[in-house]
Design a protein around this ligand. Structure first.
Ligand code: GDP
Length: 271
C-alpha cells in the first residue's frame, strides 16, 4: 500500500486487524532526502499519522501494538557524544526532521489515548540486504567486484564519518522485544561501538587481502549539504529492560557482507 494513499492504507489495516504493526516505511536515504525534501516529508509524516489513526480506531476493540522506526539520525549532534533516550534531537537533514515528527507523534498518541505505541531509536543496522547506495553495502559490493576483476575504482564521499553499525537481524529481534514488553516506551538499539567509514573500508578490503587505498576516489557528489559526523549509541536501557543484546561484532558484520557480495560478484560475472 502507498503510504500517501491514506484511505487504502486505513482500509488495509482495518481489514487485516493486526495485533502488531511495525512502521518501517520511509524515504530512508539521508542524501536523497536533501534532493527530494517534500516527498521525504510527506511519506515520513503523513504515513505515520494515517497508521496511528487506524491503530487508534482498532485499539477500541482489542490490544494493538505499534512500532515506529525512529532513527539515530534524529540526534544530529556535534562533537563526540554518546546518545541515549534522554539526549536531545538536533536533526540535520529532511530525513531526520521527518523522523523527529513521527517520533513525537507516536509519543503523542501513546500519551493521549493510552495506546501501546513505542519508538525504537535504532542506530545504523546493516546486512547483505542493505540497499546498494548506503555506504556499507556500496563498499562490500565494490570489494566483491574488485576481487572478481569487474570493477577497478570505488568513489565515496566523507570517509571520516563515524557510525555505530550493527547487524539488522539483531535489531529486528529488539523491535519485536519492544512490543512484547509490559509497558510502551522508547528504547535505543545500538552496539555501543563506533567506527569510521575508513575503518569499514579497511576491514572489508583487507578481508580479501587488498589495500583499499589503491582503489578509493572521492567525489563532491557524495558529500552532503550537512553531515552527521559521529554517532555512538548507549543501548543500556534496552539491555536492562528488554534483555536485548547486539550479538554480531563489527568484524563479523563486515565479513558477512563481504562474503555475500563475493558470491554475488561471481554470479554477475558468469551471467
Ligand atoms: P546514514 O548514516 O543513514 O546516512 O547511512 P549511509 O550509509 O548513507 O551513510 C553513512 C555515512 O557514510 C555518512 O556520514 C555518509 O556521509 C558517509 N559516506 C561517505 N561516502 C558515502 C557514499 O558514497 N555513500 C553514502 N551513502 N554514504 C557515504
Amino acid at each position: 500500500s502507498d503510504l500517501l494513499d491514506s484511505s487504502s492504507l486505513t482500509n488495509l489495516i482495518l481489514n487485516i486487524q493486526p495485533d502488531e504493526v511495525y512502521n518501517l516505511a520511509a524515504q530512508s536515504h539521508v542524501a536523497v532526502s536533501f534532493k527530494n525534501p517534500l516527498y521525504t516529508t510527506q511519506v515520513g509524516t503523513e504515513g505515520v499519522t494515517t497508521i496511528l489513526e487506524s491503530v487508534r480506531s482498532l485499539s477500541k476493540d482489542k490490544k494493538v501494538s505499534f512500532y515506529q522506526a525512529s532513527s539515530s539520525e534524529m540526534y544530529g549532534g556535534s562533537g563526540k557524544q554518546v546518545f541515549n533516550e534522554e539526549s536531545k534531537f538536533e536533526p540535520k537533514s529532511p530525513y531526520a526532521a521527518a523522523k523527529v515528527f513521527a517520533h513525537e507523534m507516536t509519543k503523542t498518541y501513546r500519551e493521549s489515548y493510552d495506546m501501546f505505541a513505542v519508538n525504537g531509536i535504532l542506530f545504523n543496522h546493516e546486512s547483505p540486504h542493505r540497499g546498494e547506495t548506503f555506504v556499507t553495502r556500496k563498499i562490500t559490493k565494490a570489494v566483491g567486484r574488485i576481487a572478481s576483476g569487474t570493477q577497478s575504482k570505488l568513489t565515496l564521499g566523507n570517509i571520516n564519518a563515524s557510525r555505530d553499525w550493527g547487524f539488522a537481524g539483531d535489531y529486528v529481534e529488539g523491535m519485536w522485544m519492544m512490543l512484547q514488553h509490559e509497558k510502551p516506551d522508547d528504547w535505543v538499539l545500538a552496539t555501543g561501538e563506533t567506527h569510521t567509514v575508513e575503518e569499514f573500508l579497511d576491514k572489508a578490503f583487507s578481508y580479501v587481502n587488498l589495500d583499499y587505498k589503491k582503489y578509493i576516489e572521492t567525489s563532491d557528489e557524495y558529500f552532503r549539504p550537512n553531515e552527521v559526523d559521529y554517532l555512538l549509541g548507549d543501548p543500556s536501557k534496552a539491555m536492562k529492560e528488554l534483555n536485548w543484546r547486539p550479538k554480531t561484532s563489527f568484524e563479523d558484520l563486515v565479513k558477512m557482507m563481504v562474503d555475500a557480495d563475493l558470491k554475488s560478484a561471481k554470479v554477475e560475472k558468469i551471467s
